[in-house]
Design a protein around this ligand. Structure first.
Ligand SMILES: [Zn+2]
Length: 241
């Protein structure tokens, strides 16, 4: 957008970074502008800072070189469960961490936007896993075929961003082992109908998320790119015990 007029858009503010005593820089995803950074002059005044993670209407205008100026934010009370239910809040955070790694500023993200509005107290596990799958897929990082040979059974390994089966893996000795739980879940992400009724256990969720994280690290050539993943995985493991 080239003109300097203010825009009001459906948006979620998902991170708030303190900038100076009163100001902050926020990361937000908006319906039309996609991922943006906004400068908030009085982020901590008596009316309170804008609530993170709850969808609402964000008014903002261009400031300089890709940074926007905050005008106002009114959150939608229909989404209070997004912060009231820690199961949703934690997974939303995780989704935004993956989003941050995979999207650049100004990149629009209609599919992501629509999906993050769908969290309920019942679907948070399946929805967050699907969102992360879609983020990877839309970024071009999904593995359509479990192995180049089409095989899914047996020991599977993630190596250099690809899934390799036992038979094809004879020459590769390193890689991230995919356990049976994750291997069983993977094909479901490609089947829209089956996914609609799919239910995952927290053990399956933990394994799939670990795999998504390892995959992202290997395609981005980073280490632990999604910082919140380790904390989240440890928490899941603790809850299972
Ligand atoms: Zn193979």
């Amino acid at each position: 957008m080239l003109d300097n007029s203010a825009a009001t858009e459906p948006a979620v503010i998902y991170r708030l970074y303190p900038y100076s005593d009163y100001s902050a820089v926020a990361s937000a995803v908006t319906f039309e502008h996609g991922k943006i950074k906004i400068f908030i002059k009085n982020a901590y005044n008596k009316r309170g800072s804008p609530i993170c993670l709850i969808p609402g209407a964000l008014s903002f205008s261009p400031k300089n070189s890709g940074l926007y100026r905050f005008h106002s934010f009114s959150h939608n009370p229909d989404y209070y469960h997004y912060i009231k239910n820690p199961d949703i809040a934690l997974r939303l955070n995780l989704c935004f961490d993956f989003f941050d790694q995979l999207f650049i500023h100004g990149e629009s993200s209609a599919a992501f936007w629509k999906l993050i509005l769908k969290f309920t107290d019942k679907n948070y596990r399946e929805l967050s896993m699907y969102i992360i799958y879609r983020l990877l897929k839309d970024a071009g990082f999904w593995f359509y075929h479990p192995c180049a040979c089409g095989k899914l059974e047996g020991g599977l390994t993630l190596h250099n961003g690809r899934i390799i089966c036992e038979r094809c893996n004879l020459t590769v000795s390193r890689g991230f082992a995919i356990n049976q739980e994750a291997a069983r879940c993977l094909p479901l992400f490609e089947k829209t109908e089956a996914y609609r009724t799919a239910k995952f256990t927290s053990a399956e969720e933990g394994e799939v998320l670990k795999l998504f994280g390892a995959h992202l690290d290997s395609v981005l050539e980073k280490e632990e790119a999604v910082k919140s993943l380790k904390v989240f995985s440890n928490m899941l493991t603790t809850l299972q015990q």
